[in-house]
Design a protein around this ligand. Sequence first.
Ligand SMILES: C[S@@+](CC[C@H](N)C(=O)[O-])C[C@H]1O[C@@H](n2cnc3c(N)ncnc32)[C@H](O)[C@@H]1O
Length: 259
Amino acid sequence: MPDRGPLTPAGAGGGGVPKGAAAELEKAPRAIGRMFDAIAPSYDLLNHMLSMAIDVRWRKRALRSLSLRKEDMVLDIASGTGDMALLAHAASGCAVLGLDLSGNMLREAVRKCGPAYMAVQGDALRMPFPDAAFGKAMTAFGIRNMADIPAFLREVRRVLRPHGTLVVLEFSLPPYPLVRQAYLLYLTRVLPFVGGLRSGNRAAYQYLSDSIQRFPSPRSMLALFTEAGLEVAEMASLTLGIAHLYVLRSPGAGPDGGA
Ligand SMILES: C[S@@+](CC[C@H](N)C(=O)[O-])C[C@H]1O[C@@H](n2cnc3c(N)ncnc32)[C@H](O)[C@@H]1O
């Protein structure tokens, strides 16, 4: 079992993203890790701003889909500052193993979550866990940062047990034209401006805004999940489509299940 606390200093420090670099940031894991290291102190505020403070309700809804029990050890992929872990533990008493690229984000999580939380610093595209290590996994606002979503889903399938569950919570663009327009205005104008002012790192907030706009639509996500061999047990549009919840199951063992 991995040790408590961030394991390696890789990705820590580095001073964040230079101004104007959002477009070039792409999704190179080291650059992403450095960017989240830089905004870790203001991240919780950012998240509440992005979701207009309704993210706690979404998170609780996502966690209900995992039917957590006290004896569970849940994998929290792209765990960040540990908000999902905190709520998961409060709801069920379960333990959480948080994986993230950013040492600074994980340090916040360790500080907030206490002894039921274990932090591992690493890349979700190459998770440092054996096959079929977890029955339950979750990722909130993490999947849109993955450089290669199909490769990420294959990696999740590898670490999930047969019939295991993955819950994905992610922002999306509302389908209703007026709401979409208003939300895009908020994403393109308000968020980078206010986030930049608050953190002194406008490029990071611009990246976050861009990554939401570029993220595949819910319909495309369904295709990606199915192509990865994950069964879509549930999909729900949250708050006028500002976010989506996906509940996915890994196949059973055996020749067809491939587990
Ligand atoms: C928007 S934050 C979400 C944090 C948290 N899950 C939450 O609900 O608030 C995205 C997180 O994904 C992490 N991340 C991005 N790419 C990653 C990767 N390839 N492997 C592991 N973590 C990654 C970032 O470091 C960051 O902490």
